[in-house]
Design a protein around this ligand. Sequence first.
Ligand SMILES: [Fe+2]
Ligand SMILES: [Fe+2]
Length: 248
Amino acid sequence: MKRHVDGRADLRGISLADQDEAQLGGPVSVLVRQKREHVKLDRLLDELQQASGADQDRVLIRIYRLVFPHAFAEESVLWPVIRRVLPDGEALTRQVEEEHQEVNELVTRLDGEHLDPSERRRVLDRLVEVLREDVRDEEDALLPSLQQRLSTRRLQELGIAWELVRRTAPTRAHPVVARRPPGNALAALPLTVLDNLRDLCEVTAHRSPRAAPALETVSHTLAQAAGRVERLRGMRRGERSQTRIENR
Ligand SMILES: [Fe+2]
Ligand SMILES: [Fe+2]
């Protein structure tokens, strides 16, 4: 069996799904952190498909809180490394960026448009499908290729960086902002502040229903502010045409 640069067995082409924690570089490694969250997402998507009404909305919110910071940290920390170290990194990362972009657009439709029940069902089914495709592309192709190029130590350092960004990343859909640095890095701070305030409004409205209408207005104003931030000059820098939204 071929050996890796730091003595690990050659695991080229082996999906993260088929490797244990030690093979993936231990608990700190970015590969273990990714897999852990993908498993969590898989369970939530199963739950979503069983749920209806208010339960469905609650599961959706849990999915957003997991998926958006996760993807934002991928786009700003991981994919730039993949583009540097893999010869086909550009094509591989563009594919997952397009999936992330579609997720942002689907969620924007779910949250912002009045969809009739059959259209809502179609959007939800597509959302589940794209999220599952995204996980498979990452676990079966992108991340095993990265694993081949980096030492365990580097995978652990990336794990720490990815986690740090994930914890401070925006928590909502932002389809207009660039999926690549430097635009997404510039947008991160203001969008995170606005998203966190909206999350706070939502939690408080659940706890005190009497305050809910006022808080909904505040949340709506914050959403408009986030929309304006996304359109500021510089926030689309680095974007590729495949993930760009014009005039929105
Ligand atoms: Fe991921
Ligand atoms: Fe992803």
